[in-house]
Design a binder for this molecule. Structure first.
Ligand SMILES: [Zn+2]
Length: 167
């Protein structure tokens, strides 16, 4: 366990565990020593679920310790179960962090035509098809940032990752 984050944070709705599920319209489905899965009992799609560490880890940027080591394995297992149970074509993930500051991954089984939001850039966007078949998103509401501003953050990120030995 990390010393950087408390096991539980007073006043945190997610630290309540299953006791907090009714207020959030969800039901407890599975847990192990580190992780918990709950699922929405209302909404606009079936199979909408939440994967969250039991320990109070505020944001994905704080992920460490055993949770960091097991995140990929548990994510694959849970999303596979959701895909099978819901009959979805794919499972989308959303991680925001601006609401409840306790890491939770929104797991959203997606089917063509459902009301899930697929946009990274808000507002009116156009999909420009690339030769490879991938899409480039063009916003009609926002101008693109200057290339130098984008490149600066690319360079800083590469430098930070190289310094810490992640790459
Ligand atoms: Zn918490």
């Amino acid at each position: 366990m990390s010393d950087q984050t408390a096991l539980q944070e007073p006043g945190c709705a997610i630290c309540l565990g299953p006791a907090g599920d009714p207020e959030l319209d969800r039901v407890h489905v599975w847990e192990d020593r580190l992780w918990r899965v709950s699922m929405s009992t209302s909404g606009y799609t079936t199979g909408f679920a939440y994967l969250e560490p039991k320990r109070h880890i505020p944001h994905v940027t704080d992920l460490d310790g055993e949770e960091a080591q097991t995140f990929g394995t548990v994510l694959a297992r849970v999303t596979a179960a959701l895909k099978q149970a819901s009959g979805a074509e794919i499972v989308w993930l959303y991680v925001f962090g601006g609401g409840i500051p306790h890491l939770h991954v929104h797991l959203a089984p997606h089917r063509e035509g459902d009301p899930l939001n697929s946009q990274i850039v808000r507002g009116d966007v156009v999909d420009e098809k690339l030769p490879s078949g991938a899409s480039r998103i063009i916003s009609r509401d926002f101008p693109e940032l200057p290339a130098a501003e984008i490149q600066d953050v690319i360079d800083q990120t590469r430098s930070a990752l190289t310094r810490t030995g992640v790459l």
